[in-house]
Design a protein around this ligand. Structure first.
Ligand SMILES: [Fe+2]
Ligand SMILES: [Fe+2]
Length: 356
């Protein structure tokens, strides 16, 4: 196997192999970035027969490629925005978290986890359901922050999909209101408002303490809709195509220097700018288009590029936004083809985020 074929710039696959995206500003730069990191997500690792095809092979190939520096120098760290495991049953959470940690610890650089809904089966903050994650990754890795090269990274547990501790069901005006009520009945409980309150209070405190620093936030469930909202609601098929409620995004948009929010969960790739903040969702490896993103931080900007795994590890049958699952493909105004809808258009495949 050609070692250089493990991963490729995602944009190249959208434009028939043209090299045009190798000429982006990242490649033109002469100076070395002061920091680089990779954003991965939704690996849905599990032992035995996985729910998503080839997940272990994909993660192993990714780690080998990163460690051997065959496509770019070893990053400073890797950020995993959740659904590291598939889970689904309480008794599977601990062994799968252990397996995911053992697998991802092979990375030659540090990596930082974010809680996804699959790590806790949607029960954010539930002492029993969150116990496996805390035991394996650390109770101090639920809502936490760190600083690198002058940037503050804030990692949030958004695994319930709820932005606010109180959801007023009477006020919900969405076509999927019945799904939301069902979700809250099945996965909610007394612990949930307290857990969300604690997360939001912690976030406010961190934002106060780091007021002058430029910041990047990572959370599993996107804060805003990354596609035309009604289309995404249908193609994703779950109410959590974005966080329910605007409390978190309003909190961040009130700040002057939140530069980006990184998320996963949707199993598609895209980027949207809203009120100065660039929201980037990376599909991760379980589902097509099997992307991760590389972030190169320079003095004046951050360059973000999507990469796709090599063709033998790309699994079109795992596309959850297309005809295989729904009997029809989806498009919206900015994504006129099914491929762009799930893998992002050319604007999304390379983004430049200006720093102060
Ligand atoms: Fe996922
Ligand atoms: Fe998820």
């Amino acid at each position: 196997m050609n070692r250089r074929s493990f991963i490729k710039k995602a944009a190249m696959s959208l434009i028939g192999g043209s090299l045009i995206f190798q000429q982006n500003s990242c490649r033109r730069r002469k100076e070395r970035p002061r920091l680089t990191f990779l954003h991965i997500s939704d690996t849905h690792l599990q032992e035995g027969i996985p729910a998503y095809a080839l997940v272990r092979e994909k993660v192993d190939a990714f780690i080998d490629a990163v460690n051997s520096e065959q496509d770019f120098p070893l990053p400073d760290f890797v950020l995993h925005t959740g659904d590291m495991i598939h889970g689904e049953k309480l008794e599977r959470l601990l062994p799968e978290c252990l397996f995911a940690k053992q697998t991802l610890d092979r990375l030659a650089c540090p990596w930082h986890p974010v809680v996804g809904n699959h790590e806790v089966i949607q029960r954010e903050g539930h002492p029993q359901y969150q116990a496996a994650y805390e035991q394996v990754f650390g109770a101090d890795r639920v809502n936490y922050a760190f600083e690198r090269s002058g940037l503050v990274f804030i990692l949030l547990n958004s695994s319930s999909g709820l932005a606010s501790p109180t959801v007023n069901i009477d006020r919900i005006e969405r076509p999927d209101k019945a799904d939301i009520i069902d979700h809250l009945n099945r996965h909610g409980g007394d612990w949930l408002p307290a857990a969300i309150e604690k997360r939001n209070s912690w976030l406010q405190e961190v934002l106060r303490d780091t007021a002058s620093a430029q910041k990047i936030v990572a959370c599993h469930i996107p804060l805003i809709s990354i596609r035309e909202e009604e289309v995404l609601r249908q193609s994703f098929g779950f109410f959590s195509y974005k966080m329910l409620g605007d409390e978190l995004v309003a909190l961040l948009e009130a700040q002057q220097n939140i530069k980006a929010v990184l998320s996963g969960h949707l199993h598609l790739s895209g980027a949207v700018q809203q009120n100065r903040i660039t929201h980037v969702v990376t599909s991760g490896f379980a589902s097509y288009p099997c992307h991760f993103s590389r972030w190169a931080v320079y003095a004046d900007s951050i360059e973000v590029d999507f990469y796709q795994l090599a063709p033998h590890l790309v699994t079109p049958e795992t596309n959850i936004h297309g005809a295989r699952r729904h009997g029809k493909d989806f498009t919206d105004d900015l994504h006129p083809t099914a491929e762009e809808y799930v893998a992002g258009n050319s604007d999304e495949n390379h983004r430049q985020i200006l720093l102060n």
